[in-house]
Ligand binder design. Structure first.
Ligand code: MN3
Length: 204
């Protein structure tokens, strides 16, 4: 595998007023870039260079904490950026809407459950919507772990990621994580997440 640090698919100010440009710039060019650089250092001249992130995470319990933390940080932010768009917000349609209604009762129920998980997650981490054996599940992980890792109880293929580390929201929202979560729904790119959903179903 060759791993590349991704450009954002939109400008740093594109998600304003919901996520400010300074936060996006620091988060992408410093936090995410540091995870990427340290991950590349951690796997340099090892067999992991030839593996996919999915394969590395499937055996991450046997790897160094640097691979777990920085590989997770690399992957998790890749997905977080893709899940947002200046044209986001609203509700999902198509197959994803059907699946959300089936598994959570309604979009409103899903949104409330996901927001609760995000607001109540203690400390740094990520909140996920994942596909597990064809079912949609909400889960949370600490630090830079994710549902692909063999150290996680609630495993699945993540299709939606929300970063709840303070670096994701502190400049605009300080300690008010629920306000960040409420703003974030306005930039969630449901068309992209439906693509992730269809890909995940095809893999299982
Ligand atoms: Mn982050």
């Amino acid at each position: 595998m060759s791993f590349n640090f991704p450009e954002l698919p939109y400008s740093y100010h594109a998600l304003e007023p919901y996520i400010d440009a300074k936060t996006m710039e620091i988060h992408h060019s410093r936090h995410h870039k540091t995870y990427f650089d340290k991950f590349m250092t951690a796997i340099a001249n090892t067999a992991l260079e030839q593996q996919s992130l999915h394969d590395i995470f499937a055996t991450v319990s046997q790897q160094s904490s640097a691979v777990r933390n920085h590989g997770g940080g690399f992957f998790n932010h890749n997905l977080y950026w893709l899940c947002m768009s200046p044209n986001g917000g609203g509700q999902p349609g198509g197959l994803l809407a059907e699946a959300i209604n089936c598994h959570f009762g309604s979009f409103a129920h899903f949104k409330a459950a996901f927001s609760d998980a995000a607001a109540n997650h203690f400390g740094s981490g990520f909140i996920w919507l994942s596909v597990n054996d064809g079912r949609l599940e909400i889960s949370s992980t600490s630090n830079q772990d994710n549902p692909l890792m063999d150290v996680i109880d609630n495993r699945g293929e993540p299709i939606l990621a929300l970063d709840v580390w303070e670096h994701a929201y502190y400049i605009s929202y300080q300690n008010k994580r629920p306000d960040y979560i409420e703003a974030w729904w306005h930039v969630v790119d449901w068309q992209q997440i439906e693509l992730h959903f269809i890909e995940a179903l095809q893999q299982q």
